[in-house]
Design a protein around this ligand. Structure first.
Ligand SMILES: *Cc1c(COP(=O)(O)O)cnc(C)c1O
Length: 433
């Protein structure tokens, strides 16, 4: 397998380099040179395979020998360790629950697979790998859980003091072992700036082997394609066309769906659902892409004003707007509409959906009104208890917090408090050498 940068289509790297680099030097994004199709027999007979077997088959086909089969099998077995069930509300509305992992959001799939892949490629290196992650909350929790106890890899998480929720903070600060947290007396941007400076600093680079667990890493994208197959497998056989509706922020999840479709999964259409941060729906409607600063909403994991994976979407469609909009419809909703969506799903179907999923529900509903004979799968990207305040207010009832989140409340936070000063951060890093 070779990968190119969306900015230099004729220069290639191997998978190991793409995984450790994350971002190409030219600031493009890594894409696989070939996206092979899976055998028809496999697609027709998904029911015969377990989730892990599906994941293995998809990865083996895409990676095309980059990792020996037996190693690949182990990577899959250690990363796909929780299910992705489909809950059918009726015969048109289906929910793909992606929150059964440790941090209760779909990002667990990407983070775990990335951890396993990095650990595999890191074997034979005698120096440990240090991964720096700046987080505004959600990504850090998935990365911490994903890399927990991964041999040869140490993770340092930087988060802005007082700006993440209590349970989110506990997800970052209670694991111990190879995961440590720095509580930065500043903003998320300060955290990100410290990480960026460390990568540019010669002394840090020579004393430590540094890498990042950035969300645009190709190893986070690949596993997100698995559950589209897994969802399809669980749907009843039907002549109905099947659309997938994806609540989107950086558009990684939907890009992984496009990958699954390209590999042969018969997805009839994609629905890109956003909150008020609607630059992609706007592009799909008008052909003009205008990135702008993000605005805060109650579905805050999608508050993105310049989605990083949009470059991958353009690349897949060779920048042909007409082709892209035939395959993807965009819809956007404000917070008031989102609240109505949460309430409606509960009243109509007795299902508690989170604010991100509710944006998806509204978009699928609008799409099905024009495409009455189709059916749709909404990706439920997080468990509603992650956004408990908003959901409880709308439904006027208490919702259940899963055990694995609830137990964090009593765990002791361990974090080192630092000022947003690069000298202090660097001194900390060098002391780990
Ligand atoms: C990250 C996230 C999203 C956005 O996913 P993208 O791949 O960035 O489009 C949506 N919902 C939740 C709950 C998330 O954590």
């Amino acid at each position: 397998m070779r990968l190119y940068s969306t900015k230099s289509p004729n220069k290639f790297v191997d998978l190991k380099e793409a995984v450790f680099k994350g971002l190409p030097a030219d600031n493009g994004l890594f894409m696989p040179e070939h996206i092979p199709t899976l055998p028809k027999y496999f697609i027709k007979n998904l029911k015969k395979y377990s989730f892990q077997e599906i994941a293995y088959k998809v990865t083996k086909t895409l990676l095309n020998g980059a990792i020996p089969n037996k190693d690949l099998k182990k990577i899959i077995e250690q990363s796909i360790t929780f299910p992705a069930p489909v809950v059918s509300l009726d015969n048109q509305y289906h929910i793909l629950e992606l929150f059964h992992g440790p941090s209760l959001a779909f990002k667990d799939f990407g983070a775990r697979f990335m951890a396993q892949l990095m650990s595999y490629f890191n074997k034979g290196e005698d120096r440990k790998l240090t991964i720096l992650v700046a987080t505004s909350g959600d990504t850090g929790g998935a990365v911490a859980a994903g890399f927990y106890k991964t041999p040869g890899i140490e993770v340092i998480i930087l988060y802005p003091s007082g700006k993440v929720s209590n349970l989110q903070e506990k997800q970052l600060t209670t694991l111990g072992h190879n995961i440590s947290a720095l509580e930065v007396n500043g903003t998320f941007d300060d955290c990100q700036a410290l990480v960026k400076k460390a990568f540019l600093d010669k002394e840090c680079q020579s004393h430590l082997r540094l890498s990042s667990a950035n969300s645009i890493n190709i190893s986070r994208l690949i596993p997100q394609s698995f559950y589209y197959f897994e969802a399809f497998k669980q749907l009843e056989k039907s002549r109905k066309k099947t659309a997938f509706c994806v609540p989107s922020g950086n558009f990684g999840n939907i890009t992984a769906g496009l990958l699954a479709q390209k590999m042969g999964l018969p997805i009839s259409h994609f629905i890109a659902a956003t909150n008020a941060n609607d630059v992609v729906p706007e592009y799909l409607a008008s052909g003009t892409y205008t990135p702008r600063p993000s605005v805060p909403t109650i579905s805050n994991a999608m508050d993105v004003g310049n989605p990083s994976n949009f470059a991958r979407m353009l690349d897949l469609y060779q920048s042909e707007w007409g082709v892209m909009k035939d395959n993807i419809s965009g819809y956007a909703y404000d917070d008031a509409q989102t609240r109505v969506g949460v309430k409606e799903v509960y009243d109509k179907y007795n299902y508690v959906i989170d604010t991100h999923g509710a944006v998806g529900y509204l978009a699928l509903k609008e799409y099905l009104q024009k495409n009455k004979t189709h059916r749709g799968v909404i990706l439920e990207t997080a468990h509603p208890s992650k956004f408990i305040d908003e959901v409880e207010k709308v439904l006027n009832k208490q919702i259940e917090i899963p055990e694995r989140l609830a137990i964090l409340a009593n765990k002791k936070k361990v974090a080192k408090f630092i000022e947003p000063s690069f000298d202090d951060f660097k001194a900390h890093l060098l002391s780990l050498d």
